[in-house]
Design a protein around this ligand. Sequence first.
Ligand SMILES: Nc1ncnc2c1ncn2[C@@H]1O[C@H](COP(=O)(O)OP(=O)(O)OP(=O)(O)O)[C@@H](O)[C@H]1O
Ligand SMILES: [Mg+2]
Length: 257
Amino acid sequence: MTMSFNAPSLVLGYDLDKWNNYGGIKEPITIDISPSTNSHILLCGMSGAGKSYDEHQLVYRLALAEQKLGGEYLFADYKGDDTFSYLKDCPRFFPYKAAFAALDTVHARLIARQSGEDTSRYPITLIWDEYMAATLNLISEDKKAATTAMSKVSEILQLGRSLSVRLVSVCQRPDALAFPAGSRLNYGVIIVVGAAVRSIYEMLLPDHMEQVKGRQFGQGEGVVLLQGSELRFIKVPTVRNENRMKQACLKALSRPL
Ligand SMILES: Nc1ncnc2c1ncn2[C@@H]1O[C@H](COP(=O)(O)OP(=O)(O)OP(=O)(O)O)[C@@H](O)[C@H]1O
Ligand SMILES: [Mg+2]
């Protein structure tokens, strides 16, 4: 994709076909993460497909890429995944139902910027693992609260770009129930990892069904749709230095709120 000069960028992974066909050639798939581009990310796939593994790397790479800009991160872990248990004491880590407190915080920041009360524009990102499960649970417990939460999500998706507020939503199947009014198509970056599930592709890549037809994806492999138009096949690499990644995530999520 085209990027303006010196625009901050994020490596999502590597080109899958180049990796497979040419013995592990690493051609990065990169996105522009400056406010001029929609960099809300939706990451989907069945259980065990490698979503949380990929998400972990995204937090790490985002924090590195936006270090000089003073990027801020909030991480909501609805399921309580073992992968993220080392973050449990961080003030920016929101387990289980506290995910909605993270949403409220980020939404309030968006509104403060929109109203002019806050003129800062450094990037603020909410990363939310198991968004769908959290929202479905809230719908069953308190429909009104769920409607309010979903409208906050929609507002972040619609206004976030120019105000530098970003959402990274991770879920298995992005059913319309938790993505009202077609909001799942408001994500500038849509990633589906793991074994092909036709219904997920139909929801997220309706105009690209021909391109994914017949393709098989293993764990950590899949499809990326950039800005609703450019389809790429992606390989999420195995992390070589897990300790370095964890230290960077700990640092990013330890910053006081
Ligand atoms: N790209 C990858 N390279 C190496 N190992 C991977 C990769 N992706 C996933 N794995 C391995 O598979 C395990 C399961 O992946 P992960 O927890 O990310 O799945 P998930 O899609 O989040 O599943 P769930 O929906 O159940 O949370 C990881 O703990 C990791 O060991
Ligand atoms: Mg997971």
